[in-house]
Design a protein around this ligand. Sequence first.
Ligand code: GRF
Length: 196
Amino acid sequence: MTTPDPRPTLAILISGRGSNMVAISKACLNGELDARVALVISNRPDAPGIQAARDMGIDTAVIDHKAFASREQFDNAMHERLAEVQPDWIVLAGFMRILTGDFVNRWQGRMLNIHPSLLPKYPGLDTHARAIAAGDLQAGASVHIVSPELDAGPVVAQVRVPIEPDDTPDSLAQRVLQEEHALYIKALQLCVGRKD
Ligand code: GRF
């Protein structure tokens, strides 16, 4: 008889590259994070991250938002797939769909997102271009609890990154992304628990 795995479970939602998902999954594998990735879902069939998850031996699902007539129907399909796994936490990592209030309320308090700005500054898109245009000296990233309002839930952890005089949105995004990986692992350690 096999002993059930007692670690808390994560379901990670992605839409693209999936570098945060890979960093979190590696941290689970090497014990830095006391959790197990039970499922990775992508809303885009061609997301490179979905293959990266498969390569790590993680269960994956593609739920293509284009196959649904409404946001509600897509969210219901996501909810049903997630309910099969019953994750302790849902981790949004570059998931580029706005979720309905109903969906968020069903998982309220158990869903985290990473956003590439120092929230409450710059919710929404083009965060790095907006920070540079505003003449900010610092950019960064925030991990927050997801609430029905976009990028507005309580912040769990933040990292600050200096903006250099010659930064472009792309160069800044690359530097912030490197910090995002460690930040997300730290935030998950706080929320989910850590093996000592
Ligand atoms: C990250 O910059 C994250 O903050 C934002 O989308 C990007 C996702 O990157 N929400 P990746 O797919 O994790 O590589």
